[in-house]
Design a protein around this ligand. Structure first.
Ligand SMILES: CC(O)(O)CCCCCNCCCN
Ligand SMILES: [Zn+2]
Length: 697
């Protein structure tokens, strides 16, 4: 199994810059690379990566995505005078040339291809290419938006050609629409292109009608282009204009705060749960390319978004469950040197396997984001079975100009200038990863190769009255069984190792999983955290739930569950769940993940009481996704000695990417209905469950 994270960087790519005055281009500066590289170095992250040399792309490689005449034209720029460069630049939009930019553009492509080689040959598991110029706006015969060659487009075409892969997912989280990628792959069903971008009903650059959600791809490529437009824009009502003239800095700050209309982490995660991940799992990619633009982070002069840098640690982690973890991230935009550097570090730290930091204060997606989510799901409903049962009342026709009050550019600029001075955000919390990743307690005789890299933990068996004290549980005969008392002692020592931050997560194979789960929850609540998420696969849920919210129980069962009104008890009844992998996944993505992010637990207990409910691969996928939470503090409890389940659980807890679920059939409609019913019931309590705007129930 491949391991290791590649990091590609060459300071040669800092040796070009804007040589004349152009307000549109002044933000694309060499320091973008140097601050990112230095931040990775100072955080001790670059030292944990595998450095790979960049190289110049060959002409043949560039011609995969660009025309000969365009290449010939760009080839002439190194010998051009300043005037000739300015004239040459005029023919394109929002981009600039420099005598050394052709050289750097070849290095940016070459770095991307080196990364694809290393990942596809298994030399590394994943990696990041820190490059400039960026690429996702450049087209076959045209430079655009600071881009000269389309790094990620060439990487995808190169991967298809040299590694014979047939399904590449491109995730473009840059705040601008990568129209160059859309044009390149819109008829290609082998490359699924997903982009979110500021759109504001076509008022935001590059102001293209085809950046809207109804551009779904063409011909054979229909369904393989997903645009998620962000349409909320600051409403510069004319009466603000008057106010501005009398506005001092304080009032400007207040005004900005009330206008701060960028999207935040709740919006981003909702799009992952309800749009990108369902399609990505159904597409079942063999490789993930990320057009990693960080102008979608807070503080960026282009993006004006509110999501703080740690969100990129989560977005990266959620994507690492796909394609067997083969993920190549290539830098695109990002112009606030502080949030750019922090976001790059968050991304690399997750690629290295460190647990994402807890994200608190998530709420629900804003109304505008819900409109976009609903519109995209409706537009793609005919192409992806995961949206088959989505509420389809299509949002206003695409491309409608919302009745926005026209912006007042002078005031808008004033706001922006003022705004840039005002935005501050907390440093991302440090993400300590304990020295030992996985502790394991299991009955003797269950040796297995993967378990050797776990840390064996054996506790002192509990005495019956110790249990009576620790366990608010009616005394049951099992509590006399010395195997049970031993396993409770083992769990106690595992939890203590986690509590002491010696161990990140743990696996216990137990004789009685219900007692173990009850004991684990109660001990975690007394010594580790005030919120435990218990994910229980089996029909008899162990714990009585106090409605105080200190435990959230998500129970996957096969028999009709009890009716419940509780917002902390979520029974998910799935029929034939072991064969309906798509139904299981739908429950995980549209219900379990949003709930867990909204609940923000300090500990996760993942309990497999009944091995027949889901297959080993689906369970391993779940264990991987659950490590997004609680700084990776996951305790898996398994009853019985299903060797395959034990092995995949340990492998996933150790950070091995779960193997892919393979092509997914349509989910059983009764299972989708059961999940949708729960989602409807709970979405007023847990906002991340929402997928539609208010007006459309
Ligand atoms: C890689 C990238 O997507 O970040 C490039 C964005 C280009 C933006 C051009 N317009 C700039 C207008 C200045 N206010
Ligand atoms: Zn951008």
């Amino acid at each position: 199994m491949a391991s290791g994270t590649a990091l590609l960087y060459d300071e040669e790519m800092t040796r070009y810059k804007l040589l004349w005055v152009d307000p549109a281009c002044k933000i694309e500066v060499p320091e973008r690379l140097t601050v990112s590289w230095e931040a990775l170095h100072n955080a001790g992250l670059s030292g944990r990566c595998i450095p790979l040399p960049v190289r110049q792309a060959t002409e043949e490689e560039i011609l995969l995505a660009h025309s000969q005449e365009y290449l010939e034209a760009v080839k002439k720029t190194p010998d051009m005078s300043l005037e000739e460069l300015m004239t040459f630049t005029q023919q394109y939009g929002d981009v600039y040339f420099h005598p050394n930019i052709y050289h750097c553009a070849k290095l940016a492509v070459g770095a991307s291809l080196q990364l694809v080689d290393a990942v596809m040959t298994g030399k590394v598991r994943n990696g990041l290419a820190l490059v400039r110029p960026p690429g996702h706006h450049s087209q076959r015969s045209e430079a655009s938006g600071f881009c000269v060659f389309n790094n990620v487009a060439i990487a995808a075409l190169y991967a298809k050609k040299h590694f014979k892969i047939q399904r590449v997912l491109i995730v473009d989280w840059d705040i601008h629409h990568g129209q160059g990628l859309q044009y390149c792959f819109e008829e290609d069903p082998q490359v699924l292109y997903f982009s979110w971008h500021r759109y504001e009903h076509q008022r935001f650059w590059p102001n293209l009608r085809e950046s809207d959600f109804d551009s779904v791809g063409k011909g054979m490529g229909a369904g393989f282009n997903i645009n998620l437009p962000w349409n909320k824009a600051r409403l510069m009502a004319p009466y603000f204009r008057g106010l501005l003239e009398h506005c001092d800095q304080k009032c400007l700050t207040w005004l900005l705060a009330s206008l701060q209309v960028g999207m935040d982490s709740s919006d981003y995660l909702s799009v992952f749960f309800h749009v990108l991940l369902p399609v990505a799992y159904e597409f079942n990619p063999e490789l993930i390319l990320v057009s990693a633009g960080f102008d979608s982070a807070v503080g960026d002069p282009e993006g004006h978004m509110c999501a703080t840098p740690e969100i990129f640690g989560h977005l990266t982690h959620l994507l690492m469950s796909l394609a067997g973890g083969r993920l190549c991230a290539v830098l695109e935009g990002g112009y606030n040197l502080t949030s750019l550097a922090q976001s790059v570090c968050q991304t690399v730290q997750t690629l290295l396997g460190d647990p994402p930091s807890r994200i608190s204060g998530l709420s629900s997606p804003c109304e505008s984001a819900l409109e976009s989510i609903q519109s995209v799901r409706a537009a793609h409903q005919q192409y992806w079975v995961c949206f088959k049962n989505a509420d389809v009342s299509l949002w206003p026709d695409p491309g409608t100009k919302c009745s926005r009050l026209e912006g007042d550019t002078q005031a808008e600029e004033a706001l922006k200038e003022g705004e840039m001075r005002e935005i501050v955000w907390p440093e991302p919390p440090s993400r300590l990863a304990p020295p030992i990743r996985t502790g394991v307690t299991l009955p003797a005789g269950l040796e297995d190769d993967v378990l050797t890299s776990c840390f064996r933990v054996t506790g002192i068996p509990l005495t019956p009255n110790q249990v009576a004290k620790e366990l608010w549980h009616p005394a049951v005969p099992e509590l006399k069984d010395e195997k049970v008392l031993q396993s409770l002692g083992d769990i106690l020592s595992l939890l203590k190792e986690i509590e002491k931050k010696e161990v990140r997560n743990g696996l216990a194979v137990v004789p009685n999983v219900s007692l173990a789960a009850t004991f684990g929850v109660q001990h975690a609540l007394t010594s580790l955290t005030d919120r435990v998420l218990l994910v229980f696969l089996g029909n008899e849920a162990p714990v009585e739930l106090q409605e105080d919210g200190r435990v959230m129980l998500i129970q996957l069962c096969s028999t009709e569950p009890v009716e419940t009104k509780s917002k902390f008890y979520v029974p998910i009844c799935l029929k034939k769940s072991s064969s309906d992998v798509a139904g299981f996944l739908h429950a995980v993505l549209s219900l379990l993940l949003p709930l867990a992010y909204g609940y923000d637990p300090g500990m996760i207990l993942a309990v497999m009481a009944d091995c027949s409910l889901v297959g080993a691969v689906a369970w391993a996928q779940l264990i991987g996704l659950l490590q997004s939470f609680a700084q990776g503090h996951t305790l898996a409890l398994i009853q019985g000695a299903e060797k395959e389940i034990i092995r995949v659980t340990a492998a996933s807890l150790l950070g091995e990417p779960a193997s892919t679920l393979g092509p997914l059939g349509p989910p059983l409609s009764e299972n989708v209905k059961a999940v949708e019913k729960e989602r409807q019931r709970l979405q007023t309590h847990w906002g991340l469950l929402q997928t539609t705007g208010e007006d459309h129930p």
